[in-house]
Design a protein around this ligand. Structure first.
Ligand code: ATP
Ligand code: MG
Length: 415
């Protein structure tokens, strides 16, 4: 079965707003073997919205819209969907009563505009909304299915899970799709590809795709089975093979990002951490503090950008900087040890490097970064050469700092 999703709402086209319903519905549909081939985001505009419904219904077996079911002038979904399928709307007495009772419960009188929310396309089945005033509805158009769901994710998600999925699961013919993401922080996309492609290419099911980002490579595995158990078993068989080819490299298979994994390792061990950052300017601290409960292990971070700051705050010997330069193995070590001492923390990580585009010196190209760890997990230092522009270098350096902690905590080699 092929599906299309129509997200309705002018506000969703705002560059700062995220359209999340489409991703949610896509993920849930994949689990029951329904492929989403298009996601459209449409403004509250009658002509565009009607056209979006016509287009989607011309190609997809299932069309799911979210949003635009409210009572106001700009809530057009019901009207436009009805026109697109060539049917009229009828006012549903049952919904009207339910709406009035709902308002009464909150000691309010229902405004006449709200009656619009009781409009149902001829032949449609009503989907009650336990969490809001906009009921959903769905229509069987000789095998093609059209679902209209409310926009607020807190209303849409339970309606989709409890009332839409059961209908679709039955019609999807029982195939199940499951996926798993294996995340790697210490190897680039092409290196990972070279190691694992000979294995995953022998599998038609699961399918594997590789995604590369700054300091991160992801292997996306998708398996198809006749049951969740069968699909999961297929995933595990391939994942086990990949794990064996990349010992210690996969930091997560459960959706967690590297800061969450590192946070869990430090919390389990009851270790406190201090940071000394130069070229990453606090990025490492920012990523770690994005984890709820970071205060349980993170003591402090120093952003020591100038040489003087490294001397003043971390006690780095100025002679060391003079002899080796601020971007050097020696200074990275001294920064880590200095931060650990100054904070009285169990361990510290330091990052110093050349993010570019300027700052290059002979023998020290843009992208050169030294990372050092000092304290409870042992002392180690790493020289890295990252490709890309300033932002990419900074992101990769922060990621490498996190990976350094993870590898030390698990007793894996530095590299
Ligand atoms: P209501 O009765 O609450 O008006 P509605 O079906 O008309 O229901 P909308 O007005 O379209 O829903 O959306 C209400 C809010 O829900 C939006 O302001 C937005 O915050 C959120 N929302 C709607 N659609 C989406 C979406 N696709 N992704 C993320 N959030 C959404
Ligand atoms: Mg609305």
């Amino acid at each position: 079965m092929k599906a299309a999703i129509v997200a309705v709402g002018s506000e969703l086209l705002d560059p700062l707003r995220r359209e999340t319903n489409g991703a949610y519905v896509t993920g849930r549909l994949r689990e029951i073997g329904v492929d989403v081939l298009a996601r459209t985001c449409v403004a509250d505009d009658a002509a565009w919205l009607e056209a979006a419904f016509r287009d989607a219904l011309a190609r997809a077996d299932v069309v799911i819209s979210t949003g635009g079911l409210g009572p106001t002038e700009d809530d057009l979904t019901r009207d436009c969907a009805a026109r697109a399928v060539g049917r009229s709307l009828r006012r549903d007495e049952g919904i009207l009563e339910w709406l009035r009772a709902r308002f009464a419960r909150f000691n309010r009188v229902m405004a006449p505009v709200n009656e619009k929310q009781a409009d149902v396309i001829e032949g449609a089945t009503v989907l009650p909304n336990a969490r809001g005033t906009a009921p959903g509805q769905w229509l069987d158009l000789e095998g093609r299915l059209l679902f209209l769901l409310p926009g607020p994710p807190g209303e849409m998600q339970p309606m989709f899970d409890d009332q839409v999925l059961p209908v679709l699961r039955e019609r999807a013919g029982g195939t199940v799709l499951r996926s798993r993401v294996l995340k790697i922080a210490s190897m680039g996309e092409s290196d990972v590809e070279q190691v694992v492609a000979p294995l995953y290419k022998t599998f038609a099911n699961p399918r594997t795709t590789i995604l590369g980002g700054a300091g991160q490579t992801e292997l996306h595995l998708t398996a198809e089975g006749s049951s969740v158990e069968e699909a999961e078993a297929l995933l595990e068989e391939l994942a086990a093979g990949i794990r064996a080819l990349l010992p210690g490299r996969i930091y997560s298979e459960d959706g967690r990002e590297l800061p969450e994994v590192v946070a869990a390792l430090l919390r389990e061990r009851g270790l406190s951490l201090a940071l000394a950052e130069s070229c990453t300017g606090g990025l490492l601290a920012s990523r770690l503090t994005s984890v709820p409960g970071a205060s349980e292990f993170l003591d402090r971070g120093y952003v020591t950008y100038s040489n003087q700051a490294k001397v003043d705050l971390l006690g780095v010997d100025p002679k060391l900087i003079e002899a080796h330069g601020a971007v050097s193995e020696e200074v990275a070590r001294a920064m880590a040890e200095g931060a650990r001492r100054a904070a009285g923390a169990d361990l510290a990580v330091a990052v110093t490097g050349i993010a570019g585009p300027g700052g290059e010196t002979p023998g020290k190209p843009v992208g050169l970064v030294f990372l050092a760890l000092a304290g409870a997990l042992g002392d180690r230092v790493r020289r890295a050469q990252f490709p890309g522009d300033r932002e990419r270098v900074r992101r990769q350096a922060a990621q490498a700092g996190l990976e350094m902690i993870r590898r030390a905590a698990l007793g894996l080699s530095a590299g």
